[in-house]
Design a protein around this ligand. Structure first.
Ligand SMILES: [Ca+2]
Ligand SMILES: [Ca+2]
Length: 375
């Protein structure tokens, strides 16, 4: 509940819940930097060959999972600006590209679905963060009627807006939660195969623990997303539309007012609608963001590169979180981008790029998938 409890207690109501919502908003929205585009260096510079491990798992694959062989790879991203669909963000937190080894593991082939999360919730009675009203002790100035459970929902403006203020397209909606992803009038009825959304970090951990799994580290996630390839721009290769095909559910048209949905989907698509990567993993680019277990810091890779001989072995991320854009907010890494990503804004469908989310904040484009280590 860090975002909600981080609202200063001396802020007069009625700004209080609004500011709480703003903090949540700020936490889940991935700000694109405003640097002017320039001729980008090619993705792939600094990358050395991926060397997948040879050891296959002897065990039968757990249902819905595939074996990721582990091995050694170059992790991170080069500046994607100037590349087709590279966007306008230099992605400095993805550098330096550095050498990493991960042990083999099982990974869910898809994002966790509404049906899967419903099974978990029914079996355990688990109540997600978004379904839990903000606590009065965290908001002592707030009238009781304003302590309403809810979450963040994408609400596009009617016309073009400047892309430097994300409050123009995110709003706090009471009643929004995984069962009602865009608010009380919405439902997951008929969407059992869609990825579950409005998931805070602890919700994802709770599901994973119940399932006998865990969340991936960023290194595991990226190794898996790269599918054994070296330094590719996307989980399927370097060409965004190979043979004209749509390979991921992202945003088309002018962001954030007009999604033309040329890929067929305005919001999340049912998992595995788009082609799998070489490891058999779906939606590693786009659809919904996926929580990783690492605390987020923009300088993680710089610190790793300074302090350790490479390759790093099974890096778990830093001990604490720090985001200079929003100091004081506890954030974990998010990977893969979402159906809202576009080359105009937040082009984090690029495989080596990194996202971040405040741990108590869900949104209708944030979900997860799980991994499992061999016995
Ligand atoms: Ca789409
Ligand atoms: Ca995804």
């Amino acid at each position: 509940m860090a975002a909600r409890s981080s609202v200063p207690r001396d802020v007069p109501w009625p700004l209080l819940l609004g500011l709480g919502a703003a903090a949540v908003l700020a936490a889940v929205v991935l700000l694109a930097t405003r640097d002017a585009p320039r001729a980008g260096r090619a993705q792939g510079r600094g990358f050395e060959a991926t060397r997948p491990g040879s050891a296959a798992s002897a065990a039968e694959p757990p249902r819905g999972m595939v074996w990721i062989p582990g091995g050694e790879f170059s992790m991170g991203c080069d500046d994607p600006r100037g590349r087709p669909f590279g966007g306008n963000d230099p992605m400095p937190d993805g550098r330096p590209v550095h050498r990493v080894h991960v042990d083999g593991f099982w990974m869910d082939t898809t994002e966790v679905t509404n049906d899967q999360f419903a099974t978990f919730a029914a079996a355990t009675g688990y109540v997600t963060v978004a379904e839990t009203p903000p606590r009065a002790e965290d908001f002592p100035e707030a009238p009781a009627e304003n302590l309403v459970a809810g979450s963040i929902v994408f609400a596009p403006p009617e016309g073009p807006v400047s892309l430097d203020n994300h409050y123009q397209w995110w709003t706090y909606v009471p009643g929004a939660c995984w069962r009602s992803p865009t608010g009380p009038d919405s439902s997951i009825e008929g969407h059992g195969g869609d990825p579950v959304v409005q998931i805070a970090y602890d919700d994802a951990v709770a599901f994973a623990t119940w399932a006998g799994k865990r969340l991936p580290t960023e290194a595991e996630w990226e190794f898996a997303a790269r599918g054994g390839m070296t330094g590719s721009m996307y989980p399927w290769g370097d060409e965004f539309h190979p043979e004209g095909r749509e390979m991921a559910n992202i945003w088309q048209g002018p962001f954030p007012a007009n999604n033309t949905a040329a890929d067929g989907f305005v919001f999340a698509a049912p998992v595995a609608t788009f082609p799998a990567n070489p490891y058999g993993l779906y939606d590693m680019s786009g659809n919904v963001w996926e929580w990783c277990s690492d605390w987020y810091r923009p300088d993680t890779y710089a610190r790793d590169a300074r302090r350790s001989a490479q390759p790093l072995r099974n890096p778990q991320g830093p001990d604490t979180s720090h985001d200079p854009q929003e100091p004081g907010q506890a954030k974990r890494a998010l990977r893969g981008g979402s159906f809202l990503c576009t080359d105009q804004y937040c082009s984090r469908y690029i495989v080596g790029t990194r996202g971040k989310g405040e741990v108590s904040s869900g949104a209708n484009h944030i979900g997860f998938r799980c991994v499992r280590s061999p016995e």
